[in-house]
Design a protein around this ligand. Structure first.
Ligand code: GLU
Length: 301
């Protein structure tokens, strides 16, 4: 009998611009969790939303990760090349009656606060969206390695959610579930902004008969003034020319104890692999860069 299979983690940036501190925190956290257990760490570029993407952003993000010494296994995957997998998943759900075509527009659902429980479409679209049917009284709970027990009433809080949009684009929820399973991801470590997506993803995994990975949602970064850093915000770009400083600050944001001074990125990462403790990561939804043990008043990481 083989021992427990090694952990496999991933970092899945959307190529909307340069990596900011919040994305790098997710990259570092997921890298540490995977590598500390001797597991693999994959990179997947989530480029399924062309209007939000910027040319050259993916290459720039990959360069930044390399500057930070966050080495990955295997070839980088691009969601834009994986449409056949997403279509196959939709076909299975449609055949099972778990997913359905939906002609409702935003304005059709305005009266219910955008939450879909039954079709209210006043006109038919040539290409309807595809939604997952969420059963009545559907509570999904899971144990997050950082945030503890999380529960969501998916029917009430989310409703029947979109898997393929009416404009033909794949929804993030579908692509992430199909890919995490297809790539054998066992550890999903990402920002707490995605905490409320996780119950939907677990529901979808169950509908497709896929395993549920372990989840750990990292606190979101706030700037020194306590403002949340938005995902696409360039407010706090990472200084890729000073990766050691940035790594030390991110390490502090992960609630970890100060490391001895490192001479190189490689040495820092080696020390960090030895010292990282997931249980020290703050469970609060926000962490401040100002709280980092060696943060100064500078606003750039
Ligand atoms: N692509 C998503 C983002 O950049 C992350 C998805 C995930 O980690 O599940 O926020």
């Amino acid at each position: 009998m083989p021992a427990t299979p090694a952990a496999r983690g991933r970092f899945a940036p959307s190529p909307t611009g340069p990596l900011h501190a919040g994305s790098l925190l997710a990259a570092l956290g997921s890298w540490l969790v995977a590598r500390q257990s001797g597991g693999q760490w994959l990179i997947r570029i989530e480029d399924i939303d062309p209007p939000r993407q910027r040319p050259g952003a993916a290459a720039d993000q990959l360069r930044t990760l390399a500057r930070f010494g966050l080495d990955h296994d295997g070839a980088v995957e691009y969601q834009s090349r994986r449409g056949a997998l997403y279509q196959a998943a939709i076909d299975r759900l449609l055949a099972a009656g778990t997913a359905f075509p939906c002609h409702c527009s935003r304005s059709d659902l305005a009266a219910s606060g955008g939450i879909h429980r039954r079709c209210m479409a006043r006109s038919e679209r040539p290409d309807p969206a595809i939604r997952l049917r969420v059963p009545e009284r559907c509570t999904i709970g899971f144990g997050d390695a950082i945030c503890g027990t999380i529960r969501q009433r998916v029917d009430v809080d989310v409703g029947d959610f979109v898997l393929r949009r009416a404009d033909g684009l794949w929804a993030y929820q579908l692509a992430v579930v199909v890919d995490d399973a297809e790539q054998g991801i066992s550890e999903v470590v990402r920002g707490a902004d995605l905490l409320d997506s996780t119950p939907r993803q677990i529901l979808l995994q169950r509908a497709l008969g896929l395993p549920t990975p372990r989840y750990a949602h990292l606190p979101l970064l706030r700037d020194a003034d306590g403002h949340k850093l938005s995902k696409s915000s360039a407010a706090l770009p990472v200084d890729a020319d000073r990766p050691l400083d940035a790594l030390a600050r991110l390490w502090g944001c992960l609630g970890q104890r100060p490391l001895p001074p490192a001479r190189s990125v490689g040495q820092f990462l080696e020390l960090s692999l030895d010292q990282f403790r997931l249980e020290r990561v703050p469970a609060s939804p926000f962490t401040s860069l100002a709280a980092a043990h060696n943060a100064d008043s500078a606003s750039a990481v």
